[in-house]
Design a protein around this ligand. Structure first.
Ligand code: ADP
Length: 160
């Protein structure tokens, strides 16, 4: 079975992430969207909340599931016998970070490949960081995140 693992923070999921997931579906038997939980990062949403938002976003899409993992991504792939990590590439600024990570993962697990997918032209400028900033100041998020994510952002930021 060909399994693609798409790891990330997804804090929160945006239409850019969704675009990558939709494009992966026809290429693999199963797509696992992996919510990473790194101790070095601070998140607006907890891992369970990020997982719920992902699941609500691709409700009805075949062969996609979400999981949470706190360890090394390559160890997760070994656990489920997957061979491909997928990451999205927006612009040159993403490149060095993705290249270093892909090479480090190659060093840790030579049997695992990293596949990079270019962001679609109408998604390359979208980031979770910008989404949170816009939400904080009451900006318009139409077309940038699913409606239910927008609702969660408003709720979360009000009670914070
Ligand atoms: P991380 O903190 O691991 O970078 P993100 O949730 O920010 O997690 O992103 C997960 C992956 O999705 C990364 O490879 C990132 O480059 C990619 N990505 C983020 N936003 C977009 C977008 N708008 N279009 C395509 N890929 C994206």
């Amino acid at each position: 079975m060909r399994i693609a693992v798409y790891p990330g923070s997804f804090d929160p999921i945006t239409v850019g992430h969704l675009d990558i997931i939709r494009r992966l579906i026809p290429l693999y038997d199963e797509v696992v969207v992996l919510v990473s939980h790194s101790t070095n990062k601070s998140y607006l949403f907890g891992a369970e909340e990020r997982k719920e938002m992902l699941e609500e976003s691709f409700h009805g899409m075949p062969n996609v599931r979400v999981d949470i993992y706190e360890g090394l991504t390559v160890d997760y792939l070994k656990k489920i016998n997957a061979k491909v990590i997928v990451r999205g590439l927006r612009a040159v600024v993403d490149f060095e970070y993705e290249m270093a990570m892909a090479n480090m993962n190659k060093k840790l697990a030579p049997e695992i490949e990293t596949a990079l997918i270019f962001a679609s032209p109408d998604c390359y400028y979208i980031s979770s960081r910008a989404i949170k900033e816009i939400a904080r100041f009451g900006g318009n998020l139409d077309g940038l995140v699913p409606a239910h994510v927008h609702q969660r952002l408003l709720y979360k930021l009000q009670i914070k």
